[in-house]
Design a protein around this ligand. Structure first.
Ligand code: ADP
Ligand code: ADP
Ligand code: ZN
Length: 215
C-alpha cells in the first residue's frame, strides 16, 4: 500500500512517517531527506539544490521525480511507500502517476494533515533531529525521554536544518499554498483523500492515521 502524507512545512509529515515505518515496516520516501543527503555528499544534484533549498523555494520537478523513481526501485517486494514531501506540484503529481504505473503500484490514500499556519513557525523553529538515526524531536513538543540522549539510538548528537528559520519558513509556506495545495483536487476526484486534524497531539494524529489506513 502506497500513501502520500500531504501538508505544509511543519505539519508533522516526517514525524508520522517515522511512526508508520516503525509500526508497519513501510518505507519513508522523503524528497527533503534525499536532497539534504545529496547536498551533504556534494553530488551534482546537491550542488544544484543547495541554494534553492536555503531560499525555501522548490527544487526542479525533474530532479525530485528522478530521486523518487530510484528509491522506489530499491524497495523490498510488497513493501509500502510513504511519500513525505512529494509530490509538491501538479507536474510532480503527474510524474508520480507514471512512476507508480510503470512499477505496477497503486496509490491507496492521500492523507492531508490540516494545521493552523500560525502554529507552524513555532513547530519549525523548535525542530531538531538525531544526527545519527534521524529521529525527529522538538524543543517543546517532543523532547527525548532522557535529556540529550536519542530515544531510538542513544546518540548524544543532534542537528538543526539551516532552512528552519522564520524567514525561510514564510517562503516555504507560500510555495505550499501556491503550488502544492492546488494538487489536492486531483486526488479528491479519485476519492482517495482523507483529512486528519494535524493540530492534535502527536499520538492522536497517529491514531487517526492508523484508523484511515486500516479501513
Ligand atoms: P518540510 O517538510 O519541512 O517542508 P522538506 O524536508 O520536505 O521540508 O523540504 C525541504 C526543502 O527541500 C524544500 O523547501 C524544497 O526546497 C526541497 N524539496 C523537498 N521536496 C521537494 C519536492 N518534492 N519538490 C521540490 N522541492 C523539494
Ligand atoms: P514536516 O515533516 O511536515 O515538515 P515534522 O514532522 O518535522 O513536520 O514536524 C515539525 C516539528 O513539529 C517537529 O519538531 C515535530 O517534533 C513537531 N511536531 C510534529 N507533529 C506535532 C504535533 N502534532 N504537535 C506538536 N508538535 C508536533
Ligand atoms: Zn538517534
Amino acid at each position: 500500500m502506497d500513501i502520500i502524507l500531504l501538508g505544509p512545512p511543519g505539519a508533522g509529515k516526517g514525524t508520522q512517517a517515522q511512526r508508520l515505518v516503525e509500526r508497519h515496516g513501510m518505507r519513508q520516501l522523503s524528497t527533503g531527506d534525499m536532497l539534504r543527503a545529496a547536498v551533504k555528499a556534494g553530488s551534482p544534484v546537491g550542488l544544484q539544490a543547495k541554494a534553492v533549498m536555503e531560499r525555501g523555494e522548490l527544487v526542479s520537478d525533474e530532479i525530485v521525480s528522478a530521486l523518487i523513481g530510484e528509491e522506489l526501485d530499491a524497495l523490498a517486494t510488497g513493501q509500502g511507500a510513504i511519500f513525505d514531501g512529494y509530490p509538491r506540484t501538479a507536474a510532480q503529481a503527474k510524474s508520480l502517476d507514471a512512476i507508480l504505473a510503470a512499477r505496477g503500484r497503486t496509490l491507496a490514500q492521500v492523507i492531508e494533515l490540516e494545521v493552523d499556519e500560525d502554529a507552524l513557525v513555532a513547530r519549525i523553529c523548535g525542530r531538531y533531529t538525531c544526527a545519527n538515526c534521524g529521529k525527529g524531536y522538538h524543543d517543546t513538543f517532543e523532547q527525548p525521554k532522557v535529556p540529550g540522549t536519542c530515544d531510538k539510538c542513544g546518540s548524544h548528537e543532534f542537528k538543526r536544518r539551516p532552512d528552519d528559520n522564520e524567514d525561510t519558513v514564510r517562503t516555504r509556506m507560500g510555495e505550499y499554498r501556491a503550488k502544492t495545495a492546488p494538487i489536492l483536487p486531483i486526488y479528491e476526484a479519485r476519492g482517495i483523500v482523507a483529512r486528519v486534524d494535524g493540530m492534535a497531539d502527536i499520538d492522536n494524529v497517529t491514531a487517526a492515521i492508523e484508523g484511515i489506513i486500516k479501513r
